[in-house]
Write a protein that binds this ligand. Sequence first.
Ligand SMILES: [Zn+2]
Length: 170
Amino acid sequence: MKMNSQNSGFANRMVVCEVLPPKIENEGLVPEKVKERLHRFKIAQDDQCVMCGMSKETRDHLFFDCHLSNLSFLRIKDWLDWKVSTTTIPKLLRWIARAKLSPFRKQVLAAALAATVYQIWHCRNVAIWNQRVCTVMVLTKRIQSDVKNRIQGVMPKKVKLIDREWFENL
Ligand SMILES: [Zn+2]
């Protein structure tokens, strides 16, 4: 069956959205110039970031140079009292690994980073498909809710009281 060009474009976009989820544990799996590639292959109409329309969509722009992702991540860091200035995913992961924090707190920070990446990617895909960009507030709330649910689901039995109280008050 021969697909018309519009349908094959649609199919390609579907495939690309599905095969390129951000895998934060292996930075290499997220192409550096995500939408620029789609544009080169004539899948996207342009190479601009769909969330702000102000810059080329590259991996570094999405995570976390784009003002939408940047502001959300700032709020998440405030929420968790996470005092870190670095903003690249590999450096953030390294920071968590080396931090003098309890294993539980590290677990929460890692979950927050994963949720942030996931929700930004989701927001970006929704913007492509539905032409609707989420707000900083919505994005931040989704990340917070992911972190709460995820950690509550895997809450270890042995968590220091101080950590448990900190988490419950988030
Ligand atoms: Zn942007």
